[in-house]
Design a protein around this ligand. Structure first.
Ligand code: ZN
Length: 97
């Protein structure tokens, strides 16, 4: 966690607290601008159960390779041998990981 992420977290929490404090004001403003009706229309037209399911499945499929690479189980980029532990060289082909 570096400094930029911390700054974003602090600013985000301050912003969300301010937003929560004025939530009725924000809601009224959104209704006045017609955003609520527009969002309702979008939800009923496009965000059916099937569409949401497809979006969730796509997100899972897109994210899973990164999760695998960051987890304990890594694979050699050369021979695809499964690497256990944090060694820097592949035990199968000897290439640097
Ligand atoms: Zn290898």
């Amino acid at each position: 966690m570096n400094l930029t992420i911390r700054k974003v977290i602090v600013l985000g929490s301050i912003g969300s607290i301010l937003l929560l404090g004025n939530i009725l004001l924000v809601a009224n403003w959104l209704v006045e601008r017609g955003l609520v009706d527009w969002a309702r229309h979008l939800r009923s037209e496009y965000l059916t159960g099937t569409a949401i399911t497809i979006i969730v499945v796509l997100l899972i499929l897109l994210v899973s390779p990164k999760v695998g690479a960051r987890g304990l189980v890594r694979r050699c980029p050369v021979c695809d041998h499964v690497l256990l532990g944090r060694g820097r060289y592949c035990g199968e082909c000897g290439s640097k990981v």
